[in-house]
Design a protein around this ligand. Structure first.
Ligand code: 5GP
Ligand code: ZN
Length: 121
């Protein structure tokens, strides 16, 4: 099963430029953009351009893609103004499924940071 583009998916449309967003980063397989309702001074999302519904839909064949997303997080966090470790830092969060609090069903990695207080602890 190849996850391609889901015509009903808002993040597929954002990655394709069909819905506007404040872009943070783009390459051939990844896209990053600011969250529309930020929980903290810095809050952006990193997504694969390919439609993968959630982290629960990934497997060993997605290890390189997931690794690329995770490796990008600290670079973009610094670029977007998160202060350095350890006094600064940032949070990486992947909500997965209903009990995990996932609302948009296209895999996305939250990167959250900047000076506290944050709207969510
Ligand atoms: P989830 O709860 O699924 O992990 O988080 C989805 C996130 O996507 C939320 O933080 C929400 O604010 C963000 N979001 C939902 N729709 C849009 C949109 O159209 N544009 C942007 N930039 N963010 C969105
Ligand atoms: Zn999608």
């Amino acid at each position: 099963y190849v996850h391609a583009h889901d015509d009903n998916c808002i993040f597929c449309k954002i990655a394709a430029g069909q819905i506007p967003s404040r872009k943070v980063y783009e390459d051939d397989e990844l896209f990053a953009f600011h969250d529309i309702a930020p929980w903290a001074p810095v809050h952006f999302l990193i997504i694969p351009k390919r439609h993968i519904p959630s982290l629960a839909h990934t497997g060993p064949g997605d290890a390189a893609l997931l690794g690329r997303i995770l490796a990008l997080a600290p670079q973009l966090a610094a670029q977007e103004g998160c202060n350095p470790y350890p006094d600064g830092g940032f949070r990486v969060q992947i909500n997965t499924g209903a009990e995990g609090g996932q609302e948009v069903h296209h895999l996305h990695v939250h990167v959250i940071g900047g000076p506290r207080p944050w709207k969510k602890a």
